[in-house]
Write a protein that binds this ligand. Structure first.
Ligand code: ATP
Length: 503
């Protein structure tokens, strides 16, 4: 697992997807830059989301709110008081950890034991093995499960009651050790606010204290009435946005999984109070379908329903994805009630209500939120696509099997040799196709090496121009995943590529 993750990180660098930020100055922790291919992949994921959420839904519109917001926004939203992580320091190693993450990692280890039991039983029973029945009846598995539930619900309760002494007591009872040094010498647990502060204004005495937004959602809430009125939106309707968010994360490891500067794709769906349960189910299902439409394997996703709810929510679930380091949150679906709009009413003194013509009355709408991290989605797609394949002739190849719709470059055009007029014909094909797709031109090295390079880069098609092309206007098109090659007419290329890469 660790090995696969290391491969993902080095492949992302080697093929121009993700670089450490400010690398020549030895980098900045948990901040990353997207390189030439990464920027394209990221844009394609963003577009794929935007199309599904905004373009395909008549009642969802998109906005682009500023990163800077009036500081009262964050008092109203609860972030000044409640956007905290419980931190604990190890006295020996002087390392700082999120207490809740230490406890969750401990539970993940127990979960791994369950997986082992299942694998053992599967081996023993073979075809007759029924996993669902096994995990719901096997006493050892049930014992592990019960232990996990006990630990997590005690942690949830302690955090909810701000009983930080009990969080520490739990860490001590479970004898959780510093993952790096093994030391069990812990300090007390303290709350730490995750927002980055900055200042607006030229002179020191007049400068206004601001925060960099820790989520994009509040830019939507404060614009709720503006959009509803100018767009003449009727409930139920949604407002979507993508953009940067900033959090001073403590456990900032795992590459682009947890960053200090990252991008979110959020949609707030405004509904009639009392209908939140049905919309919650609707959006859970709709968002899972979106993920599955990329064909990255149904088994790689699962729902995790929250017991511990954020200060604004009355129900919440995560869509978890199987990253190289295990199942982790990729997207959150939150039933936020009227918490945010009511708070903004209170703090701004402005009415943020909707007049419902059917009910003939005004109310503060309830909100359902879908919130996904673009960088996390990038990591999900990238890590799931990277495979090492053994070939029939005993060699192997590295392929980045990106969903074609997301691939940075859709096709590479390769003249078989650098002479006899082949490069000119290849250039002409590029000049024609580039109106519709990102196309690469490559004439360096033997054609086999060029194929491998495009495989590793995730390019779905290679188009090879050879001497026959000069005679009959046909080329060889090679498919990345199957490595199959066909002879096709140049004039048919556009349609063939379109069929594969269009949504
Ligand atoms: P986590 O529990 O992993 O910290 P969260 O529950 O705080 O995440 P939300 O506030 O619900 O996350 O944010 C919505 C989405 O934004 C998450 O599902 C995740 O994909 C993404 N996200 C949150 N924090 C980060 C981060 N530091 N780096 C990258 N993506 C993030």
């Amino acid at each position: 697992q660790d090995d696969q993750f290391k491969k993902v990180i080095s492949h992302a660098k080697e093929y121009g997807y993700v670089f450490q930020s400010s690398e020549i100055y030895d980098g900045l922790s948990a901040v990353y830059d997207y390189a030439q291919n990464g920027a394209e992949l990221k844009k394609n994921i963003r577009d794929y989301w935007w199309k599904a959420m905004v373009q395909m839904n008549e009642n969802i519109v998109g906005i682009d709110a500023a990163i800077f917001m009036h500081p009262t926004t964050w008092k109203a939203s609860g972030h000044v008081d409640a956007f905290n992580d419980p931190l604990i320091d190890n006295k020996d190693s002087k390392k700082r950890y999120r207490a809740d993450v230490l406890i969750e990692d401990y539970c993940a280890k127990i979960e791994a034991k369950i997986d082992k039991e299942v694998a053992k039983a599967e081996k023993r029973f073979g075809e007759a093995f029924n996993k669902a029945e096994f995990v719901s009846t096997n006493p050892r598995v049930l014992g592990y499960q019960e232990k996990i539930n006990e630990i997590l619900s005690r942690m949830a309760k302690s955090l909810e009651n701000e009983d930080l002494a009990d969080v520490k007591a739990l860490i001590e009872e479970l004898e959780i050790a510093d993952p790096l040094t093994g030391s069990k010498n812990w300090t007390d647990v303290k709350q730490f606010n995750l927002m980055f502060g900055t200042k607006l204004g030229a002179s020191a005495e007049n400068a206004m204290d601001l925060y960099l937004r820790p989520e994009t959602a509040q830019g939507i809430f404060v614009n709720f009435l503006n959009v509803q009125k100018t767009g003449r939106m009727k409930i139920p309707f949604g407002i979507a946005q993508t953009g940067k968010a900033f959090r001073n994360e403590i456990v900032a490891r795992q590459f682009i999984f947890r960053m200090r500067e990252f991008e979110q794709m959020e949609m707030q769906f405004f509904i009639k109070p009392g209908t939140q349960q049905e919309w919650y189910e609707h959006w859970k299902e709709t968002r899972l379908k979106w993920h599955l439409s990329l064909g990255m394997g149904e088994d790689n996703y699962r729902f995790h329903d929250h017991e511990k709810l954020a200060h604004y929510a009355d129900a919440a679930a995560d869509i978890e994805f199987k990253f190289p380091f295990g199942f982790k949150e990729l997207e959150g679906i939150h039933s936020r009630t009227d918490f945010d709009l009511s708070q903004h009413e209170k703090f701004s003194g402005k009415k943020l209500q909707y007049f419902d013509p059917e009910e003939n009355k005004s109310y503060v709408p309830y909100v359902l939120e879908t919130s996904i991290g673009l960088d996390r989605m990038f990591l999900a797609v990238f890590s799931n696509s990277l495979v090492e394949e053994e070939l029939e002739n005993g060699t192997s190849r590295t392929v980045l099997k990106l969903p074609s719709v997301l691939a940075p470059i859709k096709a590479a055009v390769l003249p078989l040799v650098k002479k006899d007029g082949l490069p000119e014909v290849a250039r002409k094909i590029v000049d024609d196709l580039k109106w519709d797709f990102n196309i690469d031109y490559d004439e360096k090295d033997a054609v086999g090496r060029r194929y491998r390079r495009q495989d590793a880069n995730g390019t779905p098609f290679c188009i090879t121009v050879d001497h026959d092309t000069l005679e009959d206007n046909t080329v060889t098109i090679r498919h990345r995943d199957s490595m199959e090659q066909e002879r096709v007419k140049i004039e048919d290329l556009r349609e063939i590529i379109k069929k594969e890469v269009d949504v």
